[in-house]
Ligand binder design. Structure first.
Ligand code: PMP
Length: 435
């Protein structure tokens, strides 16, 4: 164990402040990171790597974009936090609505966890019902009622649920297999009048990336409308990343092209990209629902650092820079990396499947076809993933340290970054085949 690891473990449980950072899914000792610029991240041993973690999503422009850093410096010089309203937070909320029309009203918070927790509370208050439906493998942050069959770090650790969640907190959470229309319809038939909400990731990306089966999100929307429940679309990870208007926008464009009326969520949660790397998340949605939040309505929600001016400056600068052209570059890098990696694995005869949703993707080693349910995802070869992870590290590529996460690219990833990663995967795949 390095002296850093010893010191970290002597003060931080597991040496980290968020579980997956401990490399519990892949083994080995994480080296602390000291800086990151563009597509590169540098560790304390001076190793520069092409980064595919992107801070788990926010760094869509690449790290430390000069315009974003300048905006943060400028905001910081004017005061770190006021605990009062600012024009910049209004502007960020307007920008979110401009690009994502279902967010008629927006409340800024600091984490995705707060956004989804508040969404559930709001749905319960608005409907006077207690139960809600979530899907196994979807992660919505770590509030008690949502920490059931939650994917993400829990899947990485092999812990399906968290200890410390009381039966009372979880008893109104109905967990269904993702993408299972019959199970969803049956749950509404059985519990319809008690269901306050269905919460779903717009496209699951916390059990690896799963493409929602065609019509699944629309079915959720229809059932919620017919049964008087609230549809909560969690776009914390996919929002302004899977496409310019999140994964909802990907489906909307598809529906419009097919001459179908787009479906719309009642509430939507954002995080990650809208903060550009600083803590900003948001809850948005139908005006009549959102105006039930305090101070207008009876649903309480608050935050000392909500809409923090420095964090909002980072989010605003990031969102302004995130034009369709920039999204196009992210899409190009994601597509060429995804296809290149898959092609290299196929050429070496390595069984794998590709999960893909908008510009998000992940590779499932050992699976013959793209999974939909968490049960199918759990059949992947995590030991092979750990070998791939370490092989890539040795060659200067930082993959997320878990088989249950997306491979995050940014607008700063170049064609030569992609070529290097693909060549490294190809070499690993050959050595796997020969071993
Ligand atoms: N929802 C989704 C879909 C997420 O991916 C995450 C974070 N990975 C969250 C909610 C929770 O966000 P945070 O970590 O900011 O609390």
């Amino acid at each position: 164990m390095s002296s850093y690891s010893e010191r970290a473990r002597a003060i931080l449980p597991g040496g980290v402040n968020s579980p997956v950072r401990a490399w519990n899914g892949v083994g080995g000792e994480p080296v602390p990171i000291v800086e990151a610029h563009g597509s590169r991240i540098v560790d304390a041993e001076g190793r520069e790597m092409i980064d595919l973690v992107a801070s788990w999503g926010p760094a869509i422009l690449g790290h430390a974009h000069p315009t974003v850093v300048a905006a943060v410096k400028e905001a910081a010089a004017r005061g770190l936090s006021f605990g009062a309203t600012t024009e910049a937070e209004v502007e960020l909320a307007e920008l979110i609505r401009e690009r994502y029309a279902p967010a008629e009203r927006v409340r800024l918070v600091s984490t995705g966890t707060e956004a989804t927790m508040t969404a559930i509370r709001l749905a319960r208050a608005a409907t006077g019902r207690h139960k809600f439906i979530k899907f196994a493998g979807c992660y919505h942050g770590h509030s008690d009622a949502l920490l059931v069959a939650a994917g993400s770090g829990l899947a990485t650790s092999g812990v399906p649920d968290s200890a410390g969640v009381t039966p009372g907190a979880a008893q109104d959470t109905i967990v269904l297999p993702y993408g299972d229309e019959a199970a969803l319809t049956a749950a509404f038939a059985e519990h319809g009048s008690e269901v306050a909400a269905v919460i779903t990731e717009a496209a699951p990306a916390n059990m690896g990336v799963v493409a929602p089966p065609a019509g699944f999100n629309r079915l959720i929307s229809t059932l919620c409308r017919n049964e008087g429940a609230v549809m909560i679309l969690d776009e914390v990870l996919t929002g302004f990343r899977a496409g310019p208007a999140g994964y909802w926008g990907v489906e909307r464009d598809h529906d419009v092209a097919a001459d179908l009326d787009p479906w719309t969520p009642d509430l939507v949660t954002f995080g990650k990209v809208i903060g550009g790397g600083l803590p900003v998340a948001a809850l948005g949605g139908r005006r009549d629902l959102m105006e039930q939040l305090a101070p207008l309505g009876p649903v309480y929600q608050a935050g000392t650092l909500s809409g923090n001016p420095v964090a909002v400056a980072a989010g605003l600068a990031t969102m302004r820079l995130l034009t369709d052209e920039v999204h196009g570059r992210v899409a190009e890098a994601a597509t060429s990396l995804r296809d290149g990696v898959s092609g290299a694995l196929t050429a070496a005869g390595i069984t794998h499947a590709v999960g893909s949703a908008g510009t998000l993707f992940s590779i499932f080693l050992g699976l013959e076809s793209a999974p939909v349910t968490f049960e199918q995802v759990a059949g992947q070869d995590t030991a092979a993933f750990a070998r791939l992870f370490h092989a890539l590290r040795r060659e200067g590529v930082a993959l997320p340290p878990s088989a249950y996460e997306a491979w995050f690219v940014s607008a700063a990833h170049t064609a030569s970054d992609v070529d290097h990663i693909v060549a490294t995967v190809a070499a690993w795949a050959q050595s796997e085949r020969d071993s």
